[in-house]
Ligand binder design. Structure first.
Ligand code: LLP
Length: 423
């Protein structure tokens, strides 16, 4: 779905609104840069996803790495979602947002001993194991703690998800999970791991996948293992196919939920365990924008630059994946002629840009620009580089808005460095 003129983000009288709130109003109150989310977008995407799979026994575990603001997590929890977490920090956030441990899945290719222990002590629904050594460690810690954690094995189905190489995770060359052969081998020795209960099979092949085919191929491969296990008398409770469903960032980039569901349902209906989905981006990306202010214009060596107050530390995706985020004015003005410009941030790196070589109506100092589709992997990947305070986050619901996280204070930049200052 295009985010550019949806009921969640649209123009009224040439002014950009999030739901029923003009974004300019938020900028005046909170300043910029600021992340703005539409709560009804989040709700509608969740409801739509759940409806697409209502004919099967399934559960959605929102992948909090895409946006871990507590209010975002809580919005999904209130709709019945579980959460997929990738670290003790995300587990902490999920618990603070009110997630019951039975609604939490702990994932991660390199969980520390502490993280495994914390997951076990909290008795999360499943801890995913990604290697034999991790299973051995899980089994050992469980023995020491006299606990019986539920464990899912992550399989790497060796499927090409046709996405950016940095976010592909299901190829044999990627670090995630174990091969099908190794998985069967591990299950055949499951009696050696008497302190843990194998309750699930899992895969996650990558992110921003637009076509259904890679999912189909991967589910077929996971199903093969599932049926082999069934034949050996093992029936995992959960069949977890991960996340990775793509979203609209620009024209011709579209993910079709009906197509995805239509292709997968016949395969999933053959599985007699609960199907788990872990969407992140699908639920959040187009539910958010990053609003930024124009600081300066300049022309250098025939290149035109628009310098804005948001930087790579606020939204990293353009810099590391060369990701496209549409950029548009918050107030439209027909008198402005189009210019071709690089829209760049204040950080001291040439890789610090929001968009390059963009055609956009000319800007003047103080204009507000909306960097679209920024609800996923925006704030969660933000940093304090250049000692910049991370931006505020605002949630809009109808005609109201709520600051759900303040812009960081200078004190956040220092933590306890002053008390620890060397003489
Ligand atoms: N489950 C697991 C095990 C994952 O590793 C991920 C994402 C997800 C679910 C959710 O995937 P999604 O539905 O959001 O595609 N920073 C990158 C994306 C990295 C995704 C990592 N894993 C980006 O900005 O594009």
């Amino acid at each position: 779905m295009s985010q550019l003129n949806s009921k969640y983000f649209h123009y009224r009288d040439k002014e950009l609104f999030c739901e029923d709130v003009p974004v300019v109003k938020i900028a005046s109150a909170v300043s910029t840069p600021v992340y703005i989310y539409s709560r009804n977008y989040l709700r509608d995407r969740y409801t739509e996803f759940a409806a697409a799979f209502q004919s099967i026994d399934h559960a959605i575990f929102y992948s909090v790495k895409s946006n871990f603001n507590l209010s975002v997590i809580k919005t999904f929890l209130s709709l019945g979602s579980g959460v997929d977490v990738n670290s003790e920090g995300e587990l902490y956030r999920a618990l603070r947002a009110g997630a019951h441990p039975s609604k939490i899945i702990l994932t991660g290719v390199g969980k520390t001993e502490d993280e495994l222990r914390i997951g076990m002590v909290h008795n999360v629904l499943m801890i995913k194991a990604e290697s034999l050594e991790e299973i051995e460690l899980l089994n050992k810690i469980a023995g020491q703690l006299k606990l019986k954690p539920k464990v899912a094995l992550r399989i790497n189905p060796d499927v090409n998800p046709a996405t950016h190489p940095y976010i592909s995770t299901g190829l044999a060359e990627n670090k995630f999970g174990v091969s099908s052969e190794e998985a069967l081998e591990i299950f055949s020795h499951s009696k050696n791991f008497s302190n843990i209960i194998f309750t699930g099979l899992h895969m996650h092949i990558g992110s921003q996948i637009l076509a259904a085919e890679p999912f189909v191929e991967a589910v077929e491969k996971l199903s093969e293992i599932y049926f082999k296990l069934n034949a050996a008398g093992i029936r995992p409770d959960h069949f977890d196919i991960g996340g990775g469903m793509g979203v609209y960032y620009r024209e011709n980039e579209n993910f079709s939920l009906p197509d995805f569901a239509g292709n997968l349902l016949p395969l999933l209906k053959k599985i007699s365990s609960k199907i788990i989905f872990e969407p992140g981006r699908y639920l959040t990306a187009n539910g958010g924008i990053l609003l930024t202010k124009v600081l300066y214009n300049k022309t250098e060596a025939e290149k035109y630059f628009i310098i804005v107050d948001a930087a790579m530390n606020d939204l990293l995706r353009p810099s590391i994946y060369d990701a496209y985020h549409h950029i548009q004015h918050a107030i439209l003005n027909k008198e402005r002629k189009n210019v071709r410009a690089d829209i760049v941030g204040p950080v001291c790196e040439s890789g610090d840009f929001m968009g390059r070589d963009r055609e956009i109506p000319a800007c003047i100092q103080g204009d507000l620009l909306a960097v679209m589709s920024a609800g996923a992997y925006g704030m969660t990947m933000a940093s304090n580089y250049n000692a910049r305070r991370r931006p505020a986050e605002v949630m809009v619901e109808g005609d109201r808005y709520f600051i759900i996280r303040s812009r960081e204070h200078y004190q956040h930049l220092l933590l306890d460095e002053e008390e620890r200052l060397l003489t």
